[in-house]
Ligand binder design. Structure first.
Ligand code: AKG
Ligand code: FE2
Length: 348
């Protein structure tokens, strides 16, 4: 029914191209629609760059230190990351493509290639109904072939979404491992059986790639460790769905590991919805939120990124007695409010 609904969707020629490519190949490349993108990229590199312990100034220094080379949800502390994730033109394009309001709910910022194994985001971020999810990957620089470009398998978005029941694994009672690794063997087998050729995205700075929920993608090998590959990924869901993580779910038993998502563009929680009805998250006490540690880690990293190198917590509380009186944590308060409000954090 795609062809007939395409004609009814009232798309411009460019939107039609994007819809067709997403439908047939599982991804579409666009110029990111933001007149200020150059300045935003420069500011984000400056702001987040300090966090990675990488010598960006030295061309011969290794940029791949192997650890902590991503910041999840930097939108919490960086207005430009948030602006990219909330870009109105993107939101309206996605709404046209999916027929539902788009909800940006997670950002990832990378200074280098991820070298992440091929995977489907449907296994990290599933929805009911399925496939109401997409990723938008934005290049912060021209990507060199040796920098570990984004890679993907065209057409794989049409494959079945690999679930626990398909691979003979029960979520309950299983070790809460990564959301991805239980499914990797099945994806490898599907790739081996398919005729599709893996492609890499040699992006120009400011280009973005939209991928459909189930498109297999990952980071290719970084052959040159001295190269950066700055990028931002924003993950989107769409309204009126249940949002859950398949690796920790047994769908057949109605046991869904539901997610509580925050809409980056509004700051509001978006409820899990079943056909217009709000569904509350019920988690067995025996198994608390398996992602809690990740949320905490991301929050710590986000706060660290927001702090100037010479931040001094004690001075901050002395210079801002209202913060001290409220019993707030100095670093958290500065990251969330103080920086924006131009509060002083150092004497002299
Ligand atoms: O940038 C990459 O290498 C892949 C990132 C990715 O898979 C994701 O954010 O979903
Ligand atoms: Fe992904």
């Amino acid at each position: 029914m795609f062809e007939s609904s395409l004609d009814e969707a009232g798309l411009t020629a460019e939107e039609r191209r994007i819809a067709l490519e997403l439908h047939t190949r599982g991804f579409a490349v666009i110029d990111f629609p933001d007149a200020e993108i150059e300045q935003r990229i420069a500011r984000i590199k400056e702001h987040l760059g300090a966090q990675f312990g990488i010598d960006f100034a030295d061309d011969s220094a290794t940029k791949n230190t192997g650890e902590n080379q991503r910041i999840q949800d930097a939108w919490l502390i960086d207005a430009d990351v948030r602006a990219i994730a909330s870009n109105e033109s993107m939101l309206s394009l996605l709404k046209k493509l999916y027929g539902r309001r788009a909800i940006p709910f997670q950002t990832l910022n990378f200074p280098v290639g991820t070298q992440q194994n091929l995977h489907s985001d449907s296994n990290h971020f599933s929805s009911l109904p399925e496939r109401f999810m997409c990723g938008v990957w934005l290049a912060f620089e021209d990507v060199h072939a040796d920098a570990g470009p984004l890679t993907y398998l065209p057409g794989s978005h049409k494959w079945p979404i690999v679930s626990n029941i398909m691979i003979g694994r029960k979520a309950h009672g299983a070790q809460p491992v990564s959301a991805q690794s239980p499914f990797e063997a099945a994806w490898e087998a599907l790739v081996a059986a398919s005729n599709e050729e893996q492609e890499v995205f040699l992006a120009r700075k400011g280009q973005a790639l939209i991928w459909a929920a189930n498109l297999l993608h990952g980071g290719s090998l970084q052959r040159d460790p001295t190269r950066t590959r700055w990028s931002q990924v924003t993950h989107y869901y769409f309204e009126d769905c249940i949002y859950y993580t398949p690796a920790f779910s047994d769908e057949a038993l109605g046991r869904l590991d539901m997610r509580s998502i925050t809409n980056i563009s509004t700051g509001e929680t978006e409820p899990n919805m079943y056909l217009g009805e709000e569904i509350s998250i019920e988690r067995p006490k025996s198994r608390p939120d398996p992602w809690a540690w990740r949320t905490r880690r991301a929050r710590r990293a986000a706060i660290a990124a927001a702090l100037p190198a010479d931040f001094d917590a004690e001075s901050y509380l002395q210079l801002n007695p209202d913060v001290a009186a409220a019993g707030a944590d100095a670093a958290e308060h500065y990251a969330d409010h103080g920086a924006r409000e131009g509060r002083r954090y150092r004497r002299g």
